[in-house]
Write a protein that binds this ligand. Sequence first.
Ligand code: C5P
Length: 324
Amino acid sequence: MAQDTVATVHVPAKVNLFLAVQGLRADGYHELVTILQTVWLRDRVRVAASPGLRNRHPSLREVVVVFDHDRVDGVPHDGDNLCVRAAHRFLDHLGLDVVAADPFAPVRLGRPDTPTLHVRLDKDIPVAAGMAGGSADAAATLLAINDVLEAGLDRSEVQELAADLGSDVPFCVSGGTALATGTGTATAQVLCRGEFHWVIGMSSEPLATPEVYAQWDRLPDGFEMHPDQVLQAVRTGDAELLGASLHNDLQAAAFRLRPDLADGVDQFLVDGALGSIVSGSGPTVVALAADAAHAHELAGLAADRFDRVEVAKSPAGGPSIRRE
Ligand code: C5P
């Protein structure tokens, strides 16, 4: 019997080194200027396509998508999951209808000869944490499907599909270090020399991104911030300058919803971090260390203050695709 074609994508999380919200748009989204960088904390997406899908006949109309994951709390396993939405988006682009199947259900949906796309997600990136975990999973799914189906989309075409799935998804397709504008979907790579050492303080109580933006809407206008210093710091690999210039306009909004996060940031600074900030819409707090040993020292001091603490380097490059 012919084998499935399988691709595995490892995809990194992100931190926002700089995030300025420039205002509310007519469509309800916010205009942003942000600098994103990948960190070495990765999810894994494995996609298996049955032979009938890889050698798809022009008459093929329907695909069964089966999705499962390692059941990390808070990860939906239905059509709300960004992996499933990404699979729908890609197959729709190819003119195929999707029959979604629950792997835990006793009956398989679709006709017996309908080809299957199996998407499996294993998570290490925290859920709803401001580290683009869901967006990374969506990006990985698009890249894995492009590979197993030999669909031949180039990176910018994958990024176009990605923009329909969420603001951070186009960045997650390319990774590295990027300046993003608009709602966050227009990205341009920026030069980064050297590497940075982070301590990542995670909370098991998620924060919903729309609620953080809604809080931002209620805050008084702040100063308009520019990313020049952060760009210079990453261009020259200057950790001290980066620590001093980290900025996130959503931080004050996240603090209103979760006052404990302010203590998390303050304590990292008291402990000697070069800088500390809420990542994206939170609740993850990141602290920049001078080097790997310093990061481990800060992580040891922070161990009791968060539900999970990791040490990770950045940048982490982009998604890696491996055909099995
Ligand atoms: O695009 P994404 O799914 O990541 O966005 C989640 C939510 O965050 C949106 O529904 C919106 O409420 C808010 N958001 C925003 N402006 C942005 C990005 C996200 O208001 N630029």
